[in-house]
Write a protein that binds this ligand. Structure first.
Ligand SMILES: [Cu+2]
Length: 310
């Protein structure tokens, strides 16, 4: 659920927000209390011990219990503040292992978000109720990714990677800023974050993927092969972990259960999405499924490419 913004804080749309806001208000109200207490006491003493005719100043003694308590009490309060802050910092620093990884590029002046299937976007799109880890770098100067509603902010630095993670708790949209003054159009680095359901997110991935501009479908298939399949499938006839792709298109292949299958669109597609449905005789059933990592367009490109491996 979106928590409405308050006078001081933006809407709360991530799992971090509740604890973050509690810590903020704890420190805030403590500061108010100390301000009122200290200034109030000072004002009262200024009035009480004002100079009056006939009253002489006397040396004030000293009070060991009072002095010890105003030393020890702040130490305890500061230790509590440190503890709460440090725990929150650790939780925010380390993303859960199952987090969706999105690569972030910042430059003067814009953002690019790249998703696991190679899709790109200029606004950040994420699924609701799922941890998302941003792996960020910059092409030029230092920028900083800031999403107030998620309570996250992290510098984006050239020549290194920084990471930050969050889990959105409600669908909707919110703002993303650059929070590090980075030149003339720094303020133009404002983008949207769209938080959508898992289904909508998968649909977005499918739709926004496709070959990089200027690349043919076939070459794109070859590129995906190089990234995802090459370690197990050769192009030159040699047996690696899985069968070679050389001449495989149109072949009749024997499965472990004796079934003979023709290598066509449907078979390749099934092999990619559900590798255990048909296992080639003589090979271990070790191929991972690419369901969720490869969309229809990628699978079509791979098929196009496999057809050409002669
Ligand atoms: Cu910037």
């Amino acid at each position: 659920m979106t928590q409405e913004p308050t006078f001081q804080l933006p809407p709360a749309m991530s799992t971090f927000a509740a604890r973050y806001d509690e810590t903020y208000y704890f420190i805030y109200w403590l500061s108010v209390l100390l301000f009122v207490g200290i200034i109030g006491a000072a004002a009262y003493f200024v009035w009480k011990y004002r100079r009056r005719p006939g009253v002489d100043a006397e040396p004030t003694g000293h009070n060991a219990i009072l002095e010890a308590s105003w030393t020890i009490a702040p130490i305890i309060i500061l230790a509590v503040m440190f503890h709460v802050g440090f725990r929150g910092y650790l939780d925010m620093a380390i993303a859960p292992g199952n987090a969706l990884e999105v690569r972030v590029r910042a430059w003067q002046w814009g953002w690019d978000f790249e998703y696991p299937n190679g899709a790109h976007s200029n606004d950040l799109k994420v699924p609701v109720n799922k941890p998302v880890k941003l792996i960020m770098s910059s092409n030029d100067v230092i920028h900083s990714l800031f999403v107030p509603a998620f309570r996250i902010k992290k510098d984006v630095v050239p020549g290194m990677y920084t990471t930050v993670w969050f889990e959105a708790t409600s669908t909707g949209e919110t703002d993303l800023f650059c929070a590090e003054y980075c030149g003339k159009d720094h303020s133009a680095m404002m983008r949207k974050v769209f938080i959508v359901t898992d289904d909508e997110f998968q649909k977005f991935l499918e739709e926004s993927s496709g070959p990089p501009s200027g690349m043919s479908t076939e070459d794109w298939g070859k590129k995906i092969y190089g990234e995802k399949c090459k370690s197990c499938h050769s192009l030159d006839g040699s047996k690696v972990i899985g069968p070679t792709f050389k001449h495989v298109w149109g072949e009749m292949v024997t499965m472990t259960n004796g079934e003979i299958v023709k290598v066509d669109e449907n078979y390749v597609r099934e092999s990619i999405l559900d590798p255990l449905a048909k296992v080639v005789a003589g090979y271990p059933p070790v191929m991972p499924t690419f369901k969720g990592t490869l969309g229809d367009k990628e699978i079509d490109a791979l098929i196009k490419f496999i057809q050409t491996v002669k």
